[in-house]
Unconditional design. Structure first.
Length: 127
């Protein structure tokens, strides 16, 4: 966790200093630092995956639902990451478009869950 915090602080300071003098380099430093923080966070992914697997086994949940949940979490994080980078670089419109694309992607990925829910409701109403 210390790597993440230090990388974030150093990146923020460098961007602040470079933004005044060299905007192009400032943008590259921002993206590189943000990507480094994101990659450092991947270390925690194995623990999270194990937790979801244990919960899935304990609750006897179909693995497809766990995979969908993980895809949704991934889409949300990647889109938020990209959107905030764009907004930091002054491209609010592009950032908002990325957010919309992420929301649509989440909706598309969740279609099997919605279909399963509708099938269950249909079965219950048929009783």
């Amino acid at each position: 966790m210390i790597k993440i915090v230090l990388t974030g602080i150093i990146t923020a300071i460098l961007v602040l200093i470079l933004r005044e003098q060299q905007k192009g380099i400032s943008a590259v430093v921002l993206m590189a630092g943000s990507l480094a923080v994101l990659l450092f966070c991947m270390e925690y992914l194995e623990t999270l995956l194990k937790l979801f697997e244990d919960i899935s086994d304990m609750m006897q949940v179909d693995q497809i639902y766990i995979k969908i949940l993980l895809k949704i979490i991934g889409i949300a994080y990647v889109c938020q990451f990209a959107s905030e980078i764009c907004q930091d670089l002054g491209s609010q419109t592009v950032g908002k478009q990325i957010e919309i694309a992420g929301k649509l992607s989440v909706l598309v990925v969740s279609i099997p869950v919605i279909q399963g829910l509708l099938d269950t409701m249909k079965e219950l109403l048929a009783l």
